[in-house]
Design a protein around this ligand. Structure first.
Ligand code: GLY
Length: 593
């Protein structure tokens, strides 16, 4: 097994990653080395990408507990080499059966977000364990218990706290301090764990062992289910009864993941397979690509190319237009009709792209009406949503047979609700805050993203697969709330328009706008993010009227956006490689069984 460890040795990793390009073997790319090792172990033991994905997800619950785990949900994109078929396992959390559209606004006014998002009312019925179990039973080769073994060892024996976990404990917005069980794990004796500290999670180890012995029913039924229901009764004192969760034992027992067809789109001769609703990820990315395809983004001779003002301006405007549509039209389309065809119709996208002016920032765009290009008949207005958290996690795996997993998973905010299930050692999500906080005004439609019983909140998660001439080329994705969509767009443009390798495409600085009226955020303040978005390009954007970049002549690109972990196959030779992101402790492991 050879390891490329990116977090502290980026240049070394760049070369190591390209050296890996000759490998015909399995590759895992994960945001934490111990979780990457868990996946590699499955591959080394003869398992496939689905087995490895299960082991990575459970290990992440232990070593990156602030981002994802069995208390949350996610979207797993699986490419099956034998049939050439791609499937989606949607394990998104669901609203309890008692949830109403005014879940977060019981008296007509939205509850205060900080309190609601750390109370039981925000907790959706978790889906991760059922989703992983379903994927394993359909396409894996190993039993659930085998894939849990590395996580059980990591939780029981412990692991060294890395910089990212330590920083997230310190910068927790109070979330590791609100509940005694959470504080006991991450702030023992009132002192936040620091980088290099050894963390043992005995309760979590016992929980994972129970699941290994009893299967998912040990989680969704019985004492553990009762403990979850009890934990989500917790409410911040400011909210009282309004903050109590409404989940019941029946909600947990009834939870099932959904297997879906991926959303397929095309860009400059490449094929993309992405996430359909209830995620907005796939539709929004394909909308932006559909608008941008009209422009020669990759051609410096025409003033475009990576980081040029013309390219960046177009990206920003396409983001603003697509996010305006997203706010109105996208929700869980098992519950509301989402005009998918209309949103992606080339004629509709031409009307949207025509709003982009080359010489100035357009006025705040509204959503348009794609329904004439679709079969859906009515329109709706956006409900009030809240800023989405920068957390979540993404990993990618290819096995020696060519099966691929691209998996984005979350407990929503960093630390989720902050509520650890007492005695069981895992955090519960606050995913329901991805619903409209104030229901949409259009009651005839109910609002595409208004809460409803059993409904899934709209997501931004966007695991992606890229194909050329029918062959798998790359799997990638990112954390980052709504910025996920833009991180995946940036990487896609870097690969296709700017001709970068996957490692270069990941390293390059990103740019993001997540609201029609929104400000630009961008990267470039750090040495490892190259080629830079120059001050001259930033000034050109400022002169076009874009906000968020600060004063003329200054470097306003100081954000950190997403963390992309990817695997790729060279179409001609079939050689496999991995690429990891220094924005977390990204790690690539190649496996020669
Ligand atoms: N909670 C993050 C997302 O679903 O996009």
């Amino acid at each position: 097994m050879s390891v490329c460890h990116c977090a502290r040795a980026f240049v070394l990793c760049l070369f190591s990653a390209s050296a890996l390009a000759a490998s015909p073997d399995g590759v895992v790319a994960v945001s934490h080395p111990a979780a990457a090792a868990a996946g590699a172990r499955m591959l080394a033991q003869g398992g496939n990408a689905i087995d490895a994905a299960a082991a990575v997800q459970f290990a992440l619950n232990v070593v990156e507990p602030q981002s994802s785990g069995i208390g949350g949900g996610g979207f797993m994109l699986v490419y099956l080499a034998k049939t050439g078929k791609t499937v989606v396992v949607d394990s998104r959390e669901r609203a309890p059966a008692n949830a109403r559209a005014d879940l977060f606004a019981p008296d007509g006014l939205p509850l205060p977000f900080a309190q609601a998002s750390t109370s039981g009312i925000a907790i959706g019925v978790p889906g991760t364990l059922r989703g992983v179990d379903l994927a394993l039973r359909r396409w894996g080769t190993k039993p659930l218990s085998a894939t849990l073994a590395p996580a059980i060892e990591l939780a029981g024996h412990g692991f060294r706290v890395n910089r990212f976990l330590a920083e997230d404990i310190v910068n927790d917005g109070g979330r590791t301090q609100l509940q005694p069980e959470t504080a006991a794990i991450f702030r023992p004796g009132g002192v936040p764990l620091a980088e290099g500290d050894w963390l043992v999670q005995a309760d979590l180890a016992r929980t994972l062992k129970r699941i290994a012995a009893g299967g998912p029913d040990a989680f969704y039924r019985g004492p553990l289910a009762r403990a979850i229901v009890q934990a989500q009764q917790r409410t911040r004192s400011e909210l009282g009864e309004a903050g109590r969760g409404q989940m019941t034992l029946a909600d947990l027992a009834r939870y099932r993941p959904t297997v879906r067809e991926p959303l397929i789109g095309h860009y400059r001769g490449w094929t993309l397979a992405g996430m359909p609703p209830p995620s907005s990820g796939g539709l929004t990315i394909l909308q932006m690509l559909g608008m941008l395809e009209r422009f020669p983004l990759g051609d410096p001779a025409q003033g475009y190319g990576f980081g040029s003002p013309k390219t960046l301006h177009l990206m920003i405007e396409a983001m603003r237009l697509a996010f305006a549509d997203r706010a109105v039209w996208i929700g869980d389309d098992d519950f509301v009709p989402v005009p998918r065809k209309g949103l992606l119709n080339p004629a509709y996208l031409a009307t949207r792209a025509a709003l982009i002016q080359p010489e100035r920032r357009m006025e705040t765009p509204l959503a348009s009406d794609p329904t004439p290009w679709d079969t859906v008949g009515s329109s709706s207005k956006p409900g009030l949503t809240r800023a989405e958290s920068p957390h979540t996690t993404h990993f990618s795996i290819v096995d020696r047979w060519g099966n691929v997993v691209s998996y984005t998973s979350t407990i929503e905010a960093t630390w989720g609700s902050g509520i650890t299930v007492p005695g069981y050692g895992f955090l519960l999500n606050n995913e329901l805050t991805d619903f409209n906080f104030l229901p949409a005004a259009d009651t005839a439609r109910g609002g595409a993203n208004d809460p409803a019983p059993g409904k899934r909140p709209r997501s931004s998660m966007a695991p992606m697969l890229l194909f050329k001439d029918g062959r798998f080329v790359a799997a990638y994705g990112s954390p980052g709330g709504a910025t996920i969509i833009n991180s995946v767009l940036n990487v896609t443009l870097n690969l296709i328009d700017h001709g970068m390798t996957m490692q270069q495409a990941i390293a390059a600085p990103r740019l993001s706008v997540t609201h029609a009226a929104g400000k630009v955020s961008c990267e470039g303040g750090k040495d490892h993010m190259r080629p830079e978005i120059s001050i001259a390009s930033q000034d050109a954007l400022r002169k076009l009227g874009h906000a968020g970049l600060g004063a003329l002549g200054a470097n306003g690109c100081n954000d950190t956006i997403g963390s992309v972990q990817a695997v790729a196959t060279e179409p001609a030779s079939g050689a496999r490689s991995g690429a990891a992101d220094v924005r977390r402790e990204g790690t690539v492991i190649r496996v020669n069984p």
